[in-house]
Design a protein around this ligand. Structure first.
Ligand code: 6AU
Length: 262
């Protein structure tokens, strides 16, 4: 059987059973982009400006909505308008980690009402499978998708070995799960999408334990599908659009190189 990572995004989209995964793969093919920008900025104006600048080059905008000091629902409306204008999907990197009943309330309600606007969100499976069931009760009827944090990018992270394997086992059997945060392709049992943070073309890390690898290592060699890039694109003195384009091109070249491998 041909590995999923040897197939084109277009073919995987056509064959996929989850409408959101179909939509994502089609978007990636259309825009020739496997780049997600991590928009870790503190104000509404900065977030909207960043989304507008990187929009043409990304398949997914990743938010940390609780970082935004002046959050309101108008921000969500404007983000949705930009998602429409530039043709990208939204991933709220909420990293849920509580019991099923609590995450249901956190995902569907509160100030942020994440399930109303984020196509993707993610969770840790430390509480057990109930967290997936709780999130699914809110997200499935809205056509959303969940990513499990099977691994992390930071130094000394504890998501390894049997814990990572458990993530894969839970993902395969839960239809609300569309993929993972991690550094590689995890399974051939179902076409689960891997998104990888900790990507940098130059820097090797930061002072707080972040570790960077290249698109070539992650996409060509490890078989991951989407690169997530934050400070590599909007660090001090950077031309944001030019950097986004550079990472988009590097991510896509790494994917084409993978397809050319036999
Ligand atoms: O490129 P950076 O280092 O500026 O940003 C990386 C982004 C941040 C992190 O919250 C996130 O990726 N992240 C995640 C995610 C996406 O869940 C997991 C992880 O293991 N490491 C990581 O950096 O927004």
């Amino acid at each position: 059987m041909v590995s999923f990572s040897q197939k084109t995004y277009a073919a995987r989209g056509q064959e996929h059973e989850h409408p959101l995964a179909k939509q994502l793969f089609a978007n990636m093919e259309r825009k020739k982009s496997n780049l997600s920008v991590a928009a870790d900025v503190a104000t509404k104006a900065e977030l909207l400006l960043l989304a507008d600048k990187v929009g043409p080059y990304i398949c997914v905008l990743k938010t940390h909505i609780d970082i935004v000091e002046d959050f309101d629902m108008d921000l969500v409306a404007q983000l949705q308008a930009l998602a429409e204008k530039h043709d990208f999907l939204i991933f709220e990197d909420r990293k849920f980690a509580d019991i099923g009943n609590t995450v249901k309330l956190q995902y569907g309600g509160g100030i942020y009402r994440i399930a109303d606007w984020a196509h993707f969100t993610n969770c840790h499976v430390i509480p057990g499978e109930g967290i997936i069931q709780g999130l699914a009760e809110v997200g499935m009827p809205k056509g959303r998708g969940l990513l499990l944090l099977a691994e992390m990018s930071s130094k000394g992270m504890l998501a390894t070995g049997a814990y990572t394997d458990k993530n894969v086992e839970m993902a395969v059997k839960n239809e609300f799960v569309v993929g993972f945060i991690g550094s590689r392709r995890f399974t051939e049992d179902r076409d689960l999408i891997t998104m990888t943070p900790g990507i940098g073309l130059h820097a090797s890390g930061d002072a707080l334990g972040q570790q960077y690898r290249t698109p070539e290592t992650i996409v060509t060699k490890n078989g991951s599908d989407i690169i997530i890039v934050g400070r590599g694109i909007y660090g001090p003195g950077k031309d944001v659009a030019a950097e986004a384009q550079r990472y988009r091109d590097a991510g896509w070249a790494a994917y084409e190189k993978r397809l050319a491998k036999d």
